[in-house]
Write a protein that binds this ligand. Structure first.
Ligand code: ATP
Ligand code: MG
Length: 584
């Protein structure tokens, strides 16, 4: 009997394991190939995809090219032209450094590689399948590199099975390319998918222009500044409050020209914006950090996504202060888009103080922002009470109380106040409105009889590449929900009609397009998405309207939570008040 349990794995299996770490999905292949073209100083990168990269990923660049002899050497693990000693690992300024990517991709696909350096008269083509060389022959071409990856994961069926739908794989591919387009405005990027041109970005010297073009955002809604700090320089491009995303899909962090993820930086920037944007909407930002290469360790993750920064907490804090100062000092007044229906314009409440940023005075602005915080914040007022989750019994007694209560007024155009015998009921007008609309929309959708509001002039919504793709894919479901939309141009959707119950159709559409395929969702979830933040939040209701809201809310199946789980009504009992005033 053979007692040796430890075996050395054969090289083919080692290759597949390594490939599994670097190449998770088509998006990771594309990312590696784009990085290689950038490292080769290309000024033009053309990507052609078929079947979300499952069928074909092709890239053509006009960089330095790969010489005939190097072509063959490439498909050995750790073949790289970029570093040669270990010390270099910490001085890495190129995107690639491991000599692992092409080897890994080659192990699990059918790959054709063509390269020509400027010294060579013609190019060479190498064809491999599962890292087995099938042919090498001369090929006429201009200086540069062309790579075609077909049949990804053909020899690792388990991986192939785990690939998601074409739309989510394709979205991931876009997500992996877009950061590089922001980083390198001087490189021309072209990307087509199934014969459709998706990205077409001409070379430009202006980074803001590129960012605007690539993300379909208006440069006038961006604030930019560069500043040097001890041992670091930072370039910030921050969206002002006009850019509001329903997902965190437009937040980019770069360290030494490398797109990275960093939880701490991301947390602080989002946290800072929380004082400016309503809950549930997310800002746009790009942070470009340059620090000494010795201060970063890029070799911590197989796909190089995460970067460890030695002095992370200090750097994060510096960044937070810098961005706070920038956004407060330069942000422009929020341009409230008037809602097209439901509340007549003249009745709309003015924007609350603290939302208008005309002043240049940072300190005054900060102070006004603090006052714009919710009134019952425990820390500020010393008042603390708990709104307990509702049990069935409580729900019935609350229903009773709300039915019999008297309306006593509204607070800050946000809350409706009702008095009962022994308590104060505070209704969150926005949450209540969402609940009412959600239940009505759900009922209409289920019956297939949605009340439609036709628009005289369409509402135009700028969408990202991913959202446009999402719309194409989910058109039918969206139409079923009562929307009538068409593509206005390649980045703008025109809404011609929408469900009457929704007052902000553009938000609705963005919420619907924020996730994966809609056809997997039930009607209730769809209605919930469509309703989210789609009612006007601040508006001083008249007494009759407040009473009407109360009645409608009481008719709901679940009157005391909004469709997204927040309470619609809280009760502050006499008891709580007595305690707070130290009467008890
Ligand atoms: N588009 C290209 N143009 C010119 N040379 C290329 C190109 N793509 C790859 N190469 C050459 O092939 C080598 C191997 O590429 P590969 O991506 O496998 O490794 P790497 O970029 O050095 O490191 P990493 O694994 O971290 O990406 C590179 O070092 C480079 O010399
Ligand atoms: Mg590489």
């Amino acid at each position: 009997m053979n007692m040796n349990k430890v075996k050395i794995l054969p090289p083919e299996i080692v290759a597949k394991i390594a490939a599994g770490e670097v190449v998770e999905r088509p998006a990771s292949v594309l990312k590696e190939l784009v990085e290689n073209s950038i490292d080769a100083h290309a000024t033009s990168i053309e990507v052609t995809l078929k079947g979300a990269g499952k069928t074909l990923i092709q890239i053509k660049d006009n960089g330095t090219g790969i010489g005939k002899d190097d072509l063959a050497a490439l498909f050995n693990r750790h073949a790289t032209s970029k570093i040669s000693t270990l010390d270099n690992l910490y001085e890495i300024m190129s995107l690639g450094f491991r000599g692992e990517a092409l080897y890994s991709i080659g192990a699990i696909s059918d790959i054709t590689l063509r390269g020509k350096t400027k010294e060579q008269e013609h190019g060479w083509e190498l064809h491999l399948r599962g890292n087995e060389r099938l042919s090498q022959k001369p090929f006429p071409m201009a200086t540069g590199t062309e790579i075609e990856v077909r049949e990804l994961f053909f020899n690792t069926p388990a991986r192939r099975k785990f690939l998601k739908s074409n739309s989510s794989e394709f979205n991931a591919m876009l997500d992996s390319v877009i950061p590089y387009t922001l980083l390198y405005p001087r490189i021309r990027f072209l990307l087509t998918h199934d014969e459709k041109k998706i990205i077409d970005l001409p070379e430009t010297a202006h980074q803001l222009e590129r960012i605007g073009n690539a993300l379909h955002l208006e440069p006038r809604h961006m604030i930019e500044e560069k500043r040097g700090f001890e041992g670091m320089s930072v370039h910030l491009v921050l969206g002002d409050i006009n850019i509001q995303r329903s997902r965190r899909d437009m937040q980019f962090i770069f360290v030494n020209n490398r797109p990275v993820q960093n939880k701490s930086i991301s947390f602080h920037l989002n946290d800072m914006y929380r004082r400016l944007l309503s809950p549930g909407v997310h800002p746009f930002f790009c942070v470009f950090i340059t620090i000494a290469a010795s201060e970063v360790d890029v070799n911590v993750h197989p796909t190089k996504r995460e970067v460890k920064i030695k002095n992370e907490s200090q750097i994060t804090l510096t960044l937070r202060h810098f961005s706070e100062e920038l956004i407060m000092a330069k942000s422009k007044a929020k341009q409230f888009k008037k809602s097209i229906f439901s509340i007549p314009e003249q009745e709309q409440a003015p924007a609350p103080e603290g939302y208008s940023f005309q002043t240049e005075n940072f300190a005054a602005l900060k102070a006004s922002l603090i006052h714009a915080q919710p009134a019952f914040s425990a820390g500020e007022t010393g008042l603390s009470f708990e709104s307990q989750p509702l049990s069935f019994k409580n729900e019935n007694s609350l229903k009773e109380k709300l039915t019999q209560s008297h309306y006593i007024g509204n607070l800050m155009s946000k809350y409706l106040l009702f008095e009962t015998n022994d308590s104060l009921l505070v209704v969150d007008q926005h949450a209540a409105h969402e609940r009412i609309n959600f239940e009505r929309l759900k009922a209409q959708v289920e019956k297939g009889r949605i009340e439609i509001q036709r628009l005289l002039t369409p509402v135009l919504v700028k969408l990202s590449h991913q959202e446009i793709e999402g719309w194409e894919e989910n058109k039918e479901v969206i139409e079923k929900m009562g929307f009538d939309c068409s593509l206005f141009d390649k980045e703008t959707l025109a809404i011609h009609a929408h469900p009457r119950l929704i007052s902000q159709p553009e938000k609705s559409i963005q919420n619907l397009l924020a996730g994966d395929s809609l056809d997997k969702l039930d009607m209730q979830t769809l209605a919930r998405l469509a309703c989210k933040s789609s009612v006007t939040s601040r508006y001083a209701l008249k007494k009759e309207e407040a009473e009407y809201h109360r009645k409608q809310l009481l008719l709901c199946e679940s009157p005391f939570t909004c469709p997204h789980g927040r309470p619609t009504v809280i009760e502050i009992s006499d008891d709580t008040l007595e305690k707070e005033f130290l009467r008890k």
